[in-house]
Design a protein around this ligand. Structure first.
Ligand SMILES: Nc1ncnc2c1ncn2[C@@H]1O[C@H](COP(=O)(O)OP(=O)(O)OP(=O)(O)O)[C@@H](O)[C@H]1O
Ligand SMILES: [Mg+2]
Length: 307
């Protein structure tokens, strides 16, 4: 059996509001595990408790109750953090250092052997696509560039476990692809990647398993392939020039046409109903732009489970 790189057991964090004494439960008893070598996405709407969980795991805040282990060691464990690469939600990169100086400092702090530091720093900064800006002061860099330097700082000591809080945040489409490639490469090297994100399309490309938090609790956890309903009988029919009357008549028989740009989409189950919808549409002067088999996406799952 594979050992867990991250094992979280009934982790809770509450904050008491000043004066009123009211208690806010940011994380309310969360349990999950991430196997070694896995890429695992930690999802959930704004305020679900992702960052709070990550802060507990990385020792920035103390849990109110519950336990967690990183690489087999109970948190907080400063020693274990040497084998962990951490990208915080808002990475603080010293503004008056250059990327080379900042990442060099991080390499020293995380125990990279002295003789290897220079080479590792240039290699890692090149890996995050920042070679051209290696000697430019950080305060002169854009938001996405600063995010990349944060990522370089998390990677420079070649950690066994990466914990990334929204690594794609602030990145342009090319930057997002770079980070996706980087995560895949880390996975190929046998490392474990645990990351939070709102970019669900990326998760479908990258992850073995996901955990969706909802109001501080685990709503679903598991393999994507097992969580996504594969209802092959459901079909989406895309119509153009559908009149209001046609749409109303579909609603009257229990269908739910959805507006899209230049048309509507109707979801139906089974061949007979598909044909009936098409015939009804043609009879009403609309055209059928497409018929496609519906497969549930992570977005559907997210909307179903997280909201
Ligand atoms: N220091 C704090 N004091 C009081 N409440 C807090 C504190 N930090 C977080 N919270 C609350 O805990 C809840 C979870 O916040 P958290 O930052 O973990 O969410 P998140 O899932 O990371 O959201 P996002 O997707 O927006 O980053 C929120 O309701 C937040 O207001
Ligand atoms: Mg967050």
């Amino acid at each position: 059996m594979m050992s867990a790189a991250v094992a979280v057991s009934d982790l809770r964090k509450t904050y008491s509001k000043p004066f009123s004494g009211k208690v806010v439960e940011a994380v309310g008893g969360v349990s999950f595990h991430v196997d070694e070598g896995e890429s695992f996405a930690f999802l959930g709407p704004n305020g679900a408790g992702k960052t709070t969980t990550i802060k507990m795991l990385t020792g920035l805040i103390r849990p109110t109750s519950g336990t967690a282990k990183l690489l087999g060691n109970l948190i907080p464990s400063p020693q274990t953090m040497r084998d962990v690469g951490f990208l915080p939600e808002n990475p603080y990169v010293y503004p008056y250092l250059t990327p080379r100086e900042f990442v060099t400092m991080c390499a020293h702090l995380s125990g990279v052997p002295r003789g290897e530091v220079d080479l590792r720093v240039t290699k890692t900064i090149a890996r995050v696509g920042m070679a051209d800006a290696i000697d430019r002061e950080v305060h002169k860099l854009s938001k996405g560039m600063t995010q990349r330097i944060g990522l370089a700082a998390a990677l420079v000591h070649e950690p066994k476990l990466l914990i990334l809080d929204e690594p794609m945040s602030g990145l342009d489409p090319v930057g997002r692809k770079d980070v996706r490639d980087l995560i895949l490469e880390e996975k190929r090297l046998g490392r474990t990647v645990f990351f939070s994100t709102h970019v669900l399309a990326d998760v479908e490309m990258l992850c073995d398993r996901v955990c969706i938090l909802r109001k501080g609790k685990v709503a679903v956890e598991g393999k994507l392939s097992e969580l996504l309903r594969d209802d092959t009988r459901r079909v989406e029919v895309v119509l153009e020039n559908a009149s209001v009357n046609l749409i109303d008549s579909m609603r009257a028989v229990g269908l739910a046409p959805r507006d899209i740009v230049n048309g509507v989409v109707v979801e139906v189950a089974g061949d007979a109903l598909t044909r009936a919808v098409c015939e009804k549409a043609w009879a009403a002067g609309a055209s059928v732009r497409g018929i496609s088999q519906k497969r549930e996406t992570l977005e559907d799952l997210f909307v179903r489970e997280a909201l």
